[in-house]
Design a protein around this ligand. Sequence first.
Ligand code: HEC
Length: 419
Amino acid sequence: MMQIYLMDWLSLVLKLLHIIAGIAWIGASFYFNWLENKLDRLNNRDEIAGNLWAVHGGGFYHLEKYKKYPQTLPEPLHWFKWEAYVTWLSGISLLSVIYYFNANTYLLAANSSISALYGVGLSLLGLLLFWLIYDLLCKSKLGLKAESDAEETSVLTENRVTKRQKLLNLVSKSAIFIAIIFIVIAFFAYFYSNIFNPRAVYMQIGSMIGTVMVANVFFVIIPVQKKLVDACENSTEVSLELGQIGYLRSRHNNYFTLPVLFMMISGHYPTIYSGDYGWLILMAVIAILVMVRHYFNLRGVGKAKNSLIAIIVISTFALIYALAPSPIKTQDQNQQIVTIAEAQVIIEKHCVSCHAAEPSNKAFAIAPNGIMLDTKEKIIAHKNQIYQQSVLSKAMPLINNTNMTDEERAKLGIWIEAN
Ligand code: HEC
């Protein structure tokens, strides 16, 4: 009891930390992307690549970007790395507290034949494997090709127009790279959908991509910047390649951001993740969000494509249509009326073991999410949520541990729709 109570606090503290660090990280990353696009590259001193004026929070700011590096190493020089590391550390801790410690309830699929420990092992293995595959790809001919495409798009290039042009070439030429990464992710999503419960599949893929993003910062981007700083201290030349390597990873992170954010909040939307093809839906959402990111990247360089908006809107509506619930069917077609008493019997049988003031299910000290369904009034108060969790989707009962039948779900649906 005490342990469950303390775990709740731990989970809350970690979640807050995770969100705050994540906002700081992604916020800074969005800001620097925007900055890069908005720099005034024409009216500058010799060593300056671009400058920007901004007004914010009641003051004027003036920023300058150097073509190479300043003559002396500035003190203090601000780095952006702890936001990323704290996001990952708190994220992994959350994954453990929520999904690993209660693997039978939260991680594994209802009919999974593997043990909790094995499941946790497979989840961790996925985090490692995806990074290794991704990193290899980046270093392979394919990735190097993308990098050499980026050659003249180095951060050191001065001319704004050619830089933009090359950047667009880079994006189109990396199509193969993107396709491979997409297929690898789809493979993982499919694989995990066979052993994990649908909600955990989304979290697993989100954690895998998030891990790659942080590993990019830790293993590539920060080391590249350290070399830049060394070059500045010793006034040596920096190779063009160096900047490109960091740039490529940071570009990838930019595209990963929106899908990861989606996966992190997807847990509240069982109608999206809990269908039979949850993994395929996930891939569709990832594709749409990458296109959204791409649209804004193009827009940032003044090349917005309206056709891309059209594709995004049409595919979003197609997805909404594909996921729309089918009409409720009962075995007894004539039975059109379900009374509240009948609904209550079903809910008592399948939900109240957890959703009561004092759950009889020992895994819970208090009603999960504070939702109690032990009286008629409370059932009525929560009927929309019940509909969402148990009729539109099969998210509840959790991993269907009380063996609720489709017939019972349909009956609940008929009662809720009539009220
Ligand atoms: C084995 C325990 C268990 C059973 C049985 C169970 N639930 Fe839940 N329920 C949970 C847990 C745990 C959560 C919190 C999930 C989370 O953290 O998002 C939850 C959350 C919910 C929520 C809130 C979801 C949200 O994201 O806001 C609703 C609504 C709900 N359950 C309804 C039901 C209904 C209806 C039934 C019966 C058909 C049911 N539950 C059976 C454990 C259970």
